[in-house]
Design a protein around this ligand. Structure first.
Ligand SMILES: CC(C)(COP(=O)(O)OP(=O)(O)OC[C@H]1O[C@@H](n2cnc3c(N)ncnc32)[C@H](O)[C@@H]1OP(=O)(O)O)[C@@H](O)C(=O)NCCC(=O)NCCS
Length: 359
């Protein structure tokens, strides 16, 4: 097969993370607050899930408004202007509305005039799918700078009378900038999977064309998350462990090469079981579920942001991201941390070369 990079006289590119940011709403809903809403208690929630509190969006906040704050942070970290973005991919299960895509609202808010924008919905696996898609655009030469953003306002889709779901989820948003580099760093491998035949395990049934909104669907709370927690639990452990191993093998690495695993924060027990299955020591799996709960597609990039804030990462370090969600979907990605100042120098050199061509 012909190599498009060689034909165009270009070096092949990888997609490196050069910026990141996240946003959590200020309003905290603790387990003790939930005791006043449903028949539950702090000890049950903590021992079964590891969650102590979660953040809930304020009345005026939406997925796009939270995602915009996270995106601005990511752009500032990458030292990029919004109009330098080629593409915005927004992973969300809880868009502001059906049309337009939430990505378009973020594009408007940022003033990212040159960027294409689209949404992607693979529930809690959305960030991994977004990362995989963004990396393909960069590796294929279709884009140089991409914002992969994830946002969820799951609190608006909770049945606050259902103790088996409302204790689990929280709101938030996070973003990364993916940028083309000739370094042998960035997204090394991705693995994606799905099982649409067992989709009933985790659903929001109403609000689409199959069950449009009606007084009946509202009375039945069919616009809220429904879940078979026990079955999901087992599927999550199996598929997170398998996809993590597959992504490592694809990258030619083993768990020994991994600096840290940044998993989807679904349930502390799921994460511990996954950690044991892939043979990663406790200190190399990052968890923040106690403070956020499950924030859907945002969960991995929020965790990544908090991890990078607390832990120095060296050039060449490997991070393993792994997730599971409604659909059902799952996926994993291996990142090799790039020399970010060098990527910025590559960017500046490319801009100078472009200006010289025009001049
Ligand atoms: C939801 C989940 C915490 C429930 O924990 P579990 O150990 O599986 O508990 P079960 O569903 O078997 O329920 C055990 C009992 O606790 C009760 N229970 C459920 N929620 C409760 C709550 N919030 N407080 C107190 N009791 C609760 C059940 O009614 C049941 O009572 P019973 O034995 O009298 O019937 C757990 O299954 C889970 O986290 N699953 C994965 C969910 C997930 O991550 N989804 C998103 C994937 S991206």
């Amino acid at each position: 097969m012909n190599d498009p990079f060689k034909e165009n006289g270009c070096m092949p590119h990888r997609a490196a993370v050069t910026g990141w940011g996240w946003y959590s709403p200020t309003q905290v809903l603790s387990n003790h607050d939930l005791e006043k809403l449903v028949d539950t208690n702090d000890a049950w929630i903590t021992s079964r899930t590891g969650i102590r509190e979660r953040r809930i969006a304020a009345a005026g906040e939406t997925t796009s408004s939270m995602a915009t704050i996270a995106a601005r942070q990511a752009l500032a970290e990458a030292e990029l202007q919004p109009d330098e973005l080629d593409l915005i991919i927004c992973a969300t299960t809880t868009p502001d509305q059906l049309i337009p895509a939430t990505a378009c609202l973020i594009q408007r808010n940022l003033g990212a005039h040159r960027a294409g924008a689209f949404d992607l919905n693979t529930a809690c696996t959305g960030f991994i799918y977004g990362l995989a898609t963004g990396a393909q655009f960069i590796q294929g030469g279709g884009a140089k700078r991409i914002l992969v953003v994830a946002g969820e306002t799951l609190s608006r889709f909770m049945n606050w009378e259902d103790r088996s779901t409302c204790i689990l989820f929280g709101d938030g948003a996070a973003a990364v900038v993916l940028e083309a580099t000739t370094q042998q760093s960035g997204v090394l491998s991705t693995v994606l999977g799905s099982r649409g035949d067992i989709e009933q395990m985790l659903t929001i049934e109403a609000g689409g064309c199959a069950r449009p909104a009606s007084t009946e669907t509202i009375a039945q709370k069919a616009h809220c998350v429904r879940m078979r927690g026990n079955e999901i639990f087992k599927m999550a452990v199996r598929n997170m462990a398998q996809s993590a191993q597959q992504a490592l093998a694809k990258a030619g690495l083993t768990t020994n090469d991994i600096r840290a695993v940044i998993p989807h924060q679904a349930n502390e027990r799921i994460l511990i079981a996954t950690r044991d299955a892939i043979g990663i020591s406790e200190d190399r799996m990052f968890m923040n579920i106690d403070r956020h709960g499950n924030t859907g597609a945002s969960s991995i990039p929020i965790a990544l942001g908090e991890f990078l804030q607390s832990t120095p990462v060296d050039v060449g370090d490997h991070l393993l991201l792994v997730s599971f969600g409604g659909g059902l979907t799952w996926g994993a990605a291996v990142l090799r941390w790039a020399d970010i100042p060098a990527v910025k120098l590559e960017r500046a050199a490319a801009q100078r070369a472009k200006l010289a061509l025009i001049g």
